[in-house]
Design a protein around this ligand. Structure first.
Ligand SMILES: Cc1ncc(COP(=O)(O)O)c(C=O)c1O
Length: 367
């Protein structure tokens, strides 16, 4: 196995007092073909278990959820509630693992680490960085809501704004001109191994799922979960990624046979990066059965449907559920279906706005 990053530098003693109970541990590695291994994901999970619960915690798998919705067939529905994860989305899993692997000398000032995010990765980056006493810069698309920028800045992270199409140019400029280190928000084996722990948690509670549905943006969370489940020997479990029709980079990449870039537009901002990750693409091609598409109205209706059962979920977090609710998943009768609810970061104002939009939509929610 190849080392992918130099040894991490930030032992508990080198960072803030609040981080002193965080373990000092070794790197994620990957197999010779560039894919994470099951042992990578297991060792990451073992490490996570030693973290305090204000960094990460095991999220609930809600069983019997089919009773809450009208879902056709005798489907048994399990919701993996990553909207209850620290920072309101699964992203801390990848970020913690990424920070564990940053090279010596990076992170002591805001000009060392740079990344890009529309919200959830940036929030997790800022939150975990502040706990570890690290600094950095996040470049946000100019379409991202101001409240996300304010939150990220409140953790001491520098925020810059650029049009979505120029995000990578901004990152490249910082790397070449300022010597910054780019931490990719999804196309990174450390991120994938971190997100893969969701798959292990699912199998702990439900050893033989028939179908697992995961929202897909750049593909990091889908890659991790799919690798964890497939490499754990669940050959028959069908694993689907779900993308919005307007932002379907992984779907188009599957069709093209290589990772592609394309214009994106969807209410699900977290599922709308302009390109599928190349490392993610390789994982998805290996471990994912197919990519399913949902429309924005279906996503909003599903989000409101979840809300009415007491679950606050953002559009990106509801896409996988929309695929089930709107009959996009083949052969679900009598199957144990796990839907990963990836995030719940939605403000009351946004919720109101989305609920008004959903109310105008002529779609059946099954309620
Ligand atoms: C709530 C939510 N779900 C899913 C995703 C997609 O994650 P990935 O880019 O790893 O595919 C994101 C990404 O930001 C997200 O915020």
């Amino acid at each position: 196995m190849d080392e992918v990053m130099p040894e991490r530098r930030f032992s508990p003693r080198e960072v803030t007092a609040s981080a002193q109970n965080v373990p000092n541990l070794s790197n994620t590695t990957m197999s010779g073909d560039g894919l994470v291994t099951l042992s990578d994901i297991h060792s990451t999970y073992d490490i996570f278990k030693t973290y305090p619960s204000d960094y990460y915690h095991k999220t609930p798998l809600l069983s019997g959820a089919e009773c809450l919705f009208k879902i056709k067939g005798n489907t048994r529905l399990y919701l993996k509630l990553e909207n209850t994860q620290v920072t309101g989305s699964f992203k801390v899993r990848g970020v913690i693992n990424q920070f564990r692997n940053i090279p010596s000398g990076y992170g002591t000032n805001e000009h060392h680490l740079v990344s890009m995010s529309a919200g959830n990765y940036g929030k997790a980056f800022a939150y975990i960085a502040s706990k570890l006493g690290l600094k950095g810069t996040i470049i946000m698309p100019d379409t991202a809501p101001d409240n996300r920028e304010i939150l990220i800045k409140s953790y001491g992270i520098v925020v810059e704004r650029l049009p979505t199409a120029q995000l990578m140019t901004g990152i490249n400029r910082h790397c070449t001109e300022d010597g910054m280190l780019f931490l990719h928000p999804y196309d990174d084996v450390n991120i994938i191994a971190g997100h893969g722990t969701i798959g292990l948690e699912i199998l702990e509670e439900l050893p033989e799922p028939d179908i697992v549905l995961v929202s897909c943006g750049g593909g990091g969370v889908l890659s991790g979960i799919a690798a964890a489940i497939r490499l754990s020997g669940r050959e028959k479990c069908r694993i689907y990624g779900v993308e919005p029709e307007g932002s379907c980079t992984m779907y188009e990449s599957f069709k093209a046979g290589h990772p592609i870039e394309r214009p994106v537009k969807s209410v699900a901002a977290g599922l709308s990066p302009p390109f599928a990750g190349a490392i993610c693409y390789n994982h998805c091609k290996m471990y994912v059965d197919d990519i399913l598409l949902v429309t924005d109205p279906e996503i909003l209706s599903s989000m409101m449907c979840l809300y009415h059962t007491g679950l606050v979920v953002e559009p990106s977090g509801a896409a996988a559920f929309a695929a089930l609710l709107f009959g996009k998943v083949p052969n679900v009768d009598d199957k144990k279906v796990v839907v990963v609810i990836t995030g719940g970061n939605v403000s009351p104002d946004e919720l109101l706005h989305y609920s008004k939009s959903a109310a105008h939509l002529d779609v059946q929610t099954g309620r």
